[in-house]
Design a protein around this ligand. Structure first.
Ligand code: AP5
Ligand code: MG
Length: 208
């Protein structure tokens, strides 16, 4: 099952991709996570993308497409995967169609107000990447990851100016993918304003 999770920043793609990947035993492939790992490593790619990500702009298509092409060539992606945050432009979607067959696209529908509330309360584990929210999904111990005990941090792009820019960029460059995949008969929509468990049930109903 080759799936794409599409939706605004903060819609819950990462949270649900993690839940579903465990349930179906297929990898979650998040371009945002791959870029953040490159920044953390201080690699050449990391240096190229750090400033772009902090501002909430998109990394150039050529770099992003190459990264995904390499990642999808790894053996663990052979039995299916969840693409979380890719594609984000028509050019990326066209390129993907050239080397992969996509089975379904889930669009996470949510209001801008809720996005801002979710992103301004998000906390992420520095070590394992687990996602929390100070009100909706707090860790058992403040500032510490339930899974691995490492420190939680606020992403550099979860500042209000960057959040607003990400929403603008999403509307301009990524939202057109809704019509793109609807035209191909691949798009299914979920209401992402409820609890993560509720979103998971909606997705499983679609897939099963
Ligand atoms: P990326 O990391 O993909 O960020 P994003 O798209 O802005 O999405 P987020 O990760 O912010 O949100 P999410 O939908 O995963 O929500 P989450 O589950 O965390 O990309 C970062 C940057 O990398 C981009 O800006 C760009 O620069 C670059 N990049 C990445 N991909 C690229 C591409 N293809 N092309 C070019 N550049 C690219 O949830 C958010 C919060 O809400 C959390 O606190 C969570 O606990 C909470 N929450 C989630 N679901 C629920 C729920 N149902 N109920 C209550 N709370 C919830
Ligand atoms: Mg995410």
């Amino acid at each position: 099952m080759n799936l794409i999770f599409l939706g605004a920043p903060g819609a819950g793609k990462g949270t649900l991709a993690n839940m579903l990947s465990k349930e179906y035993n297929i990898p979650q492939i998040s371009t945002g996570d791959l870029f953040r790992a490159a920044v953390k490593e201080g690699s050449e790619l990391g240096k190229q993308v750090q400033g772009i990500m902090e501002k909430g702009e998109l990394v150039p298509d050529s770099l992003t497409i190459e990264l995904v092409r390499e990642r999808l060539a790894k053996p663990d992606a052979g039995d299916g995967y969840i693409l979380d945050g890719f594609p984000r432009t028509i050019a990326q979607a066209d390129a993907l169609a050239g080397f992969q067959k996509i089975d379904g696209v889930i669009d996470f529908s949510i209001s801008d107000e809720l996005v801002i509330r979710r992103l301004s309360g998000r906390r992420v584990c520095r070590s394992c990447g687990a996602i929390y929210h100070v009100d909706n999904m707090p860790p058992k111990e403040e500032g510490k990851c339930d899974r691995c005990g490492a420190e939680l941090y606020i992403r550099d792009d979860d500042k209000i100016d960057s959040i607003k820019n990400r929403l603008r960029v999403y509307k301009e460059q990524t939202e057109p993918l809704i019509a793109y995949y609807r035209d191909k008969g691949l798009l299914r929509e979920i209401d992402s304003s409820q609890s993560p468990q509720n979103s998971l049930e909606q997705i499983k109903n679609i897939l099963e």
